[in-house]
Design a protein around this ligand. Structure first.
Ligand code: ACO
Length: 332
């Protein structure tokens, strides 16, 4: 029921943070041509949290990270590796994980940003697991955090209703195979790079290019309908693959905690995998799509609500820009 490693990584602590400000569908009705009814029926989303003026990525990272270290009973100085999954950098240079390091107090950690859009947190877990398995790291802090609303085009109704801000963090520690992470799979298909993208703001179209700003290129673009179909298929396949490889069935699962992009995607994947509705966790209604923060936020809330207990088998699967997709099966 486990993979080739003798040692794996287990979640020793978990923490989350959501900015205080809440944006309801009714607020969006006043900003673009949309309706609460359209947003709820097409996405399931009712509200999302938005950073306040002056608040940014590292503020969210600090709150979630400190909560996870406290939950694990690990002092910041004991963290030897810190991975930050995000698509919404604090600034292009230096790495956001480096900027966050002194705020978190993880002074002995090597710091690395992981860029895989909505799959970023699961990608980072998979990286962290390797370092723990080889004995290179003993206490790894993995955080998924996003300030998507800073790169949201508030004039584009096809995307601005979807995104929210937040952060979730875990501390990983070594565990014997059979406990902690049992299987992990990850995939990328860059032929779909244009379907979810922010075309401006990098070196091809620099952030100071006025024409690009007028064309609204430094904002998140998504061809939602085309993404939807691939997302359902990819999430179903990779989730089934990980369960097969681990030799388990949905009956063994305590909870399925998928990426929270759209309630319809989650329902479609859940029913294709034949996972009973009460074993599928959703919070997209209250937080929207928070990209790399989505899964750790959902896991943290599921633990808080008593839906995941120590010893439970949990499956988490993500899909996002790249395209990237990934799945992790673990015993909590
Ligand atoms: N309010 C009202 N009408 C709208 C809105 C809105 N906010 N947005 C779009 N519409 C209209 C469209 O213009 C279209 O009108 P038309 O038929 O007259 O052309 C109609 O609604 C239907 O639009 P679709 O795009 O076909 O709507 P769909 O049912 O596909 O829902 C959505 C759109 C919610 C974006 C969905 O496609 C989706 O969730 N896609 C997947 C998103 C995803 O999983 N992304 C991956 C992670 S994201 C990341 O990595 C950052």
């Amino acid at each position: 029921m486990h993979d080739a490693f003798e040692t794996t990584a287990r979640i020793a602590g978990i923490g989350t943070y959501l900015p205080e400000r809440v944006l309801e569908n009714a607020d969006l009705e006043r900003m673009v041509e949309t309706s609460d009814e359209w947003i709820r029926t097409r996405t399931g989303i009712r509200e999302r949290h938005v950073v306040a003026e002056g608040e940014a990525l590292v503020d969210l990272v600090e709150r979630a990270g400190k909560a996870a270290m406290a939950d694990a009973g690990v002092a910041p100085g004991e963290i030897d590796l810190f991975l930050l999954a995000t698509a919404t950098l604090e600034q292009p240079i230096p790495a956001s994980s480096a900027i966050a390091q002194p705020r978190l107090g993880v002074v002995n950690a090597a710091c690395l940003d992981v860029s895989a859009a909505c799959s970023g947190f699961v990608f980072a877990l998979n990286v962290a697991r390797q370092f723990i398995a080889t004995g290179e790291a003993k206490n790894v802090l993995v955080i998924g955090a996003e300030c998507l609303t800073r790169f949201t085009d508030w004039t584009d109704r096809t995307t601005c209703v979807l995104f929210g801000d937040g952060a979730g963090a875990v501390v990983l520690q070594p565990a014997p195979a059979g406990d902690g992470i049992l299987r992990c799979a990850w995939k990328t298909d860059g032929t779909y790079a244009d379907l979810i993208s922010m075309p401006g703001g990098g070196c091809r179209i620099p952030p100071w290019d006025r024409e690009a700003i007028e064309q609204r290129l430094p904002f998140i673009k998504m061809r939602g309908n085309e993404v939807f179909k691939v997302a359902v298929r990819a999430l179903t396949e990779i989730s089934a693959q990980v369960m097969d490889e681990a030799g388990i069935t949905v009956d063994d699962l305590a909870l399925f905690v998928p990426h929270q992009a759209n309630l319809r995607i989650i329902t479609a994947v859940g029913s294709r995998l034949k996972i009973p509705e009460d074993k599928v966790f959703t919070n997209v209604q209250w937080v929207g799509n928070t990209s790399a923060a989505s899964i750790p936020l959902a896991l943290g809330q599921a633990v808080e609500q008593g839906r995941i207990r120590r010893g439970d088998l949990v499956l988490s699967s993500a899909f996002g820009g790249g395209f990237t997709w990934a799945s992790v099966l673990f015993r909590y």
